[in-house]
Design a binder for this molecule. Structure first.
Ligand code: TPP
Length: 674
């Protein structure tokens, strides 16, 4: 419980400002009758020092390129961030705070990117925010290396995050902190809210890590502030963290959840429940708050907080001056920098895309993808990424583009290590920072390891590209642990994720074209390990139709009696089956459907052209769990997929054993309706 000394401090302006955050958090959660009051109350002093004395931001221009990035990784403490945004003068009003967690409000339960001005990323799933912050710091380090010139530093901002116990317990935090330490991201500064409380009780129930030693072992600079209300100590620690530019910094701050509440401080109840009307009142009294009126913001406190506006304007003006001088010295670089930050593609970015003529040797789509990537990369300098230690298998290295490593941040080939989950969150952070188009690669099977950030990329509408190879039983001998079966339908159910499984090298070119052009969501490219024939586009429909998701690849000789729908490595089987069915007197159309999402978004007329409603004899063929296809084959159609795990053997044998053969397609098509 706060002692008399604390109460006597309430007269100071600092304390008034801090208690404004505490009372707003209590009141908003109480009004919503839901939310997390305790953590904002504990973190208010830290946030006050950071946001008023250190954070380089301008509330009037939340998109200013030179701003520091701030990530609240413990997104449940959203009322902390909303209070800061309102108090410092972003476009968020006190009325918005009163609408906390209500339909249509600008203050949803957890911070949502693109929804509230000043919110840099969507947080809530613990650990993700730290990964985003690492990704932002990576993007900033890269852009600094690419664009800064001696004496002309236009990229010199920092990335800050606040993490809770839960953030640090989550495995992803280990992945990304380890990589950040390795990369020596000196402009990354994190705070660990060491409040000893999680939902089930004291952290000692499940947690005895020595966080200092842990982060020191990663190569971080670690400091400890023993009293989360000691503004001077916090200030000193941040200043020291800023001084330290050779390593990322973690500042461990011992705080007390629901600080100020006589009966709820240091209790798990204060984590995720309103304090209760009576306790709110008691807390306000205890804090020496002038009134029990709700959402009361003292004029003095608001005026003090709002100095952030002038301060922000001044900081931006200083930066703008530097930037203007940079534009004079390096007009082309400056133009390119702005273009990259705005996410516009350069003129002619796709001029060198390869073509794969008929007669080209059979080629795995992963190999075609590697060629496409290398054809795009020279014309699209903002394209950067890498694999989770599988670059040679996923074919995702950009030749001659250098490694992104500590001390060589201009490199575009990233090495995420075996950290798929971390990679996903880092890609999101890079994309959110802007200036780069990030891609990340692994085997399709391990897309499950990065599912949470994929979901968030889709939610935040970020241009992130996933290169998922070894896409089916077609990978063969590695066996069922490595053979994705359920991953395709599992990815397709993520809203706003576009999944593309090209059927050959020519469709792979188009798949990349779609992924690069798609600026409002992530794209997963699903590619084979095994070679596939390069389809003869002089005899078949052009691969550019991939942009529509599905198209008539080979039409029936007359009005179709059957339609075969296939993706990826099964398309050439469908083409062979078509020839056999045609010779047997059944006019058969083959539809290549590399992306169900893109096809589903087409107008009805187009979809009906490709899949005429009158043609009920439809068979979908895909070496994956069949769930995706029932809508497209209809009640009387058939799906040839896999509703079981694979096995270890050469892939040709697996296709035989599991009945994905031309013979089987012909038989099942003929049998339909009989
Ligand atoms: C990945 C994930 N798992 C579980 C949760 C649910 N959850 C929200 S906060 C929390 C833990 C609370 O403890 P802490 O992180 O210390 O936050 P504090 O109590 O300090 O607010 C949990 C389990 C979540 N948001 N994300």
């Amino acid at each position: 419980m706060p002692d008399a000394a604390v109460l006597s401090r309430t007269s100071s302006l600092d304390t008034l400002c801090i208690n404004t955050v505490r009372t707003l958090a209590m009141d908003a959660v109480q009004a919503a009758n839901s939310g997390h009051p305790g953590t904002p109350m504990a973190l208010a002093p830290l946030a006050y020092v950071l946001w008023t004395k250190h954070l380089r931001h301008n509330p009037a221009d939340p998109h200013w390129l030179g701003r520091d990035r701030f990530v609240l990784s413990c997104g449940h403490a959203s009322m902390l961030l909303y209070s800061l945004l309102y108090l410092t003068g972003y476009d968020l009003s006190l009325d918005d705070l009163k609408q906390f967690r209500q339909w249509g409000s600008k203050t949803p339960g957890h911070p949502e990117y693109g929804h509230t001005p000043g919110v840099e990323t969507t947080t809530g799933p613990l650990g993700q925010g730290i990964g985003n912050a690492v990704g932002m710091a990576i993007a900033a380090a890269h852009l600094a290396a690419v664009f800064n010139r001696p004496g002309e530093q236009i990229v010199d901002h920092r990335t800050y995050f606040i993490a809770s116990d839960g953030d640090l317990m989550e495995g992803i935090s280990h992945e990304v902190a380890s990589l950040a330490g390795h990369l020596k991201l000196g402009r990354l500064i994190g705070f660990y809210d060491d409040n000893h409380i999680t939902i089930e009780g004291n952290t000692s129930l499940a947690y005895s890590d020595d966080v200092t030693e842990r982060f020191e072992a990663y190569g971080w600079h670690v400091q400890r502030v023993e009293d989360g209300n000691d503004l001077k100590a916090i200030d000193r620690a941040i200043a020291a963290a800023k001084e330290e530019t050779a390593r990322p910094s973690l500042i461990i701050v011992r705080t007390h959840i629901a600080y100020g509440s006589p009966n709820k401080h240091d209790t798990p109840e204060a984590h995720g429940s309103p304090l209760g009307v009576d306790e709110v009142k008691l807390t306000k009294e205890n804090l020496g708050w002038p009134t029990t009126e709700t959402f009361y913001v003292p004029d003095d406190a608001l005026a003090e907080w709002r100095k952030a506006r002038d301060r922000g304007e001044a900081m931006q003006a200083v930066w703008e001056k530097r930037y203007a001088s940079y534009v004079q010295s390096y007009p082309d670089l400056a133009k390119n920098c702005v273009r990259c930050m705005e996410g516009d593609l350069p003129e002619g970015w796709d001029d060198d895309l390869p073509t794969f003529a008929p007669g080209t040797k059979p080629m795995a789509t992963r190999s075609a993808s590697g060629k496409v990537l290398n054809a795009i990369a020279p014309r699209l300098p903002e394209l950067m990424g890498g694999a989770a230690d599988l670059a040679s298998s996923t074919k995702t290295l950009i030749d001659g583009a250098g490694d992104f490593e500590a001390g060589s941040y201009a490199g575009r080939n990233m090495h995420f290590g075996i950290r798929e989950h971390g990679m996903g969150a880092i890609l999101n952070g890079m994309s959110l920072h802007g200036g780069v188009i990030p891609y990340g690669a692994t085997f399709l099977i391990f897309s499950d390891y990065m599912r949470p950030p994929i979901r968030l990329a889709a939610m935040m509408k970020r241009r992130v590209i996933y290169v998922f190879t070894h896409d089916s039983i077609g990978l063969g001998e590695d066996g069922p642990t490595h053979q994705p079966v359920e991953m395709l339908p599992a990815l397709r159910v993520v809203p706003n994720l576009v999944v593309i499984r090209p059927s050959d090298a020519t469709e792979t070119v188009e798949a990349w074209r779609v992924a690069i052009k798609r600026s409002d969501g992530p794209t997963a490219l699903v590619l084979t390990r095994q070679n596939l024939p390069v389809l003869d586009r002089t005899a078949l429909a052009p691969a550019s139709l991939l942009a529509k998701g599905g198209y008539v690849l080979a039409d029936a000789s007359k009005k179709p009696a059957a339609i075969l729908i296939a993706t990826g490595s099964e398309v050439h089987l469908a083409l062979e089956a078509r020839d056999r069915l045609e010779s047997g007197g059944m006019p058969t159309r083959v539809v290549s459907m590399p992306s169900i999402e893109l096809f589903a978004a087409q107008p009805d007329e187009y979809r009906d052209e490709v899949l005429p409603p009158g043609v009920w004899r439809r068979v979908a063929i895909e070496a994956a769990q069949p769930l995706s296809w029932y809508r497209w084959v209809g009640d009387r159609g058939d799906v040839m997929g896999l509703d079981h795990f694979g096995a270890s053997a050469p892939y040709e044998r697996l296709y035989q054993e599991f009945g994905l053969t031309v013979d089987a397609i012909v038989r099942r098509t003929k049998e339909l309706g009989s």
